[in-house]
Design a protein around this ligand. Structure first.
Ligand code: 4FV
Length: 240
């Protein structure tokens, strides 16, 4: 997987994508991240990339030209079969587990990081294949959302997570939050780990975890249960 990121602040990506699972994925060649400074395609001596909105109103808008040229130049310089141009913006479809899994299926993602008030509508209509949002809040730029996409997608790439399929048996993978986890010590400040987890009875442990996952989801995210209506982990297990 290659992530080509178009941004006015390439240096923001130094650090967050260098360590841990993502850093190792890049070191092992499972993931490549290329940063493209939008300024490179700016107009004139001052490399202008934004302008005032037609019709007035505060703030500045990223112009279409530099963004279109950036994408065309990346595709020319690094041709691939199957890529996706993703615009990160609050107007996008909410990014979720299934969305990340789908993005992980592309050979290359071109991530467009907005700044200022946003981008010219022609970028949204004629350049981006899709628009994604990390949540109903307004950030100062699309860089942090782009980092989140790279981090989340990396976990689906073969060879990145310790055990294959780990990304399939976690929160949201089957529409439920995960059951509670415990580790040593068995008793901490008077609070004991549930006996079933110390029992070695894997059947009982699996049932306990399924019940807890449903309970946690019902308490914290009932909307997730509504989504697929079955509300039972077993129910979904059967469908697989
Ligand atoms: C955002 C979001 C986001 C909006 C104006 C950048 C900012 C500025 N991106 N999910 N929420 N973007 O707030 O993806 O251009």
């Amino acid at each position: 997987m290659i992530a080509d990121i178009v941004t006015l602040f390439p240096s923001m990506f130094f650090g967050p994508l260098d360590g841990g699972v993502v850093g190792r994925a890049r070191a092992k060649g499972h993931l490549a991240v290329r940063l493209h400074d939008l300024r490179r395609w700016g107009e004139g001596r001052h490399r202008v990339v934004d302008d005032a909105p037609y019709g007035g109103g505060g703030g500045m808008i990223l112009q279409p030209g530099p963004l279109f040229e950036a994408v065309e130049s990346i595709r020319e310089q690094y041709p691939v079969e199957h890529d996706r141009v993703v615009l990160l913006s609050p107007q996008g479809r909410k990014l979720d587990h299934q969305g990340v899994k789908r993005l992980a299926g592309f050979e290359r993602l071109i991530l467009l990081c907005g700044r200022y008030e946003g981008v010219d509508e022609r970028v949204r209509e004629d350049l981006a294949d899709e628009e994604l949002s990390i949540g109903d809040l307004v950030l100062t730029g699309g860089e942090l959302p782009a980092m989140m996409v790279v981090d989340a997608v990396a976990r689906f790439l073969p060879g990145v997570l310790g055990c294959p399929g780990a990304a399939e048996s976690e929160s949201f993978a089957d529409g439920l939050l995960e059951s509670p986890y415990y580790t040593r010590p068995p008793e901490f400040r008077g609070r004991r780990v549930p006996e079933v987890l110390l029992s070695g009875d894997h059947g009982a442990i699996a049932r306990w975890r399924a019940d807890r996952a449903r309970e946690v989801t019902r308490n914290k995210r009932p909307d997730l249960l509504k989504r697929d209506g079955s509300g039972t982990r077993q129910g979904r297990a059967k469908e697989r």
